[in-house]
Design a protein around this ligand. Structure first.
Ligand code: SAM
Length: 189
């Protein structure tokens, strides 16, 4: 059976809705896998901004884009996604991805935090175009705890249905605390 990771799931979902020429944001660049995915989707006529607070993540993502010849599409920014609105205007992003948690192989203390994650999601929703899509990969348990998951789920499930459609998915028979993929569409009014 194919290993159907949360990343596979989010990539498949996003690629059904976002295509060439898109303006995308990777709010948690990490090692750059999602940034690479968004650059390939957006193509030469698109644009991708990727944020991370860790210099190592910025280096890994930038090196990946250069190695793959995607650095004319993606720009990597050493800043918190809590400052997203300083970089992206309202109603202009086609897709914004969040993959919360810590850098694989990196410092677990530099993980995403409930307060800044929530603020970034709120700003991201303002930045989305009508018809645009936000994806969240939410983790819990272990070093991450439950506060971030609870505050994000409480916020996204309470969004006004006139303005947003929220889809919360579930790995229903996986033990422990499986990741939770969430998709939010901004309604066209
Ligand atoms: N998308 C990544 C990839 O494809 O490799 C994986 C992301 S990793 C699970 C989470 C990342 O979020 C870490 O690299 C961490 O440094 C970053 N992060 C933590 N707090 C952040 C913040 N406030 N703003 C932006 N990135 C942050």
């Amino acid at each position: 059976m194919k290993r159907f990771t949360v990343t596979d799931f989010c990539h498949q979902f996003i690629s059904n809705h976002i295509g060439a020429g898109a303006f995308c944001v990777d709010a948690t660049a990490g090692n750059g896998h999602d940034t690479e995915f968004l650059c390939r989707l957006a193509g030469n006529s698109g644009r991708v901004l990727a944020f991370d607070i860790q210099p190592l993540a910025i280096k890994n993502t930038r090196d990946r884009l250069i190695r793959l010849g995607l650095d004319h599409i993606g720009t990597v920014i050493l800043d918190s996604h809590a400052h997203l609105a300083n970089y992206v205007s309202p109603n202009c992003a086609d897709c914004i991805m969040f993959n919360f948690g810590y850098l694989p192989g990196g410092d677990h203390q530099m993980s995403t935090k409930p307060e800044t994650s929530l603020s970034a999601v709120q700003q991201g929703l303002e930045c989305l175009k009508p018809g645009g899509l936000m994806s969240l990969c939410i983790y819990s348990g272990g070093d991450t705890g439950f506060e971030e998951k609870n505050s994000l789920l409480s916020f996204v499930t309470g969004l006004d249905p006139k303005n947003y459609l929220t889809i919360v998915s579930e790995y229903a028979n996986r033990s422990g605390n499986p990741p939770i993929p969430v998709f939010i569409f901004k309604e066209v009014r």
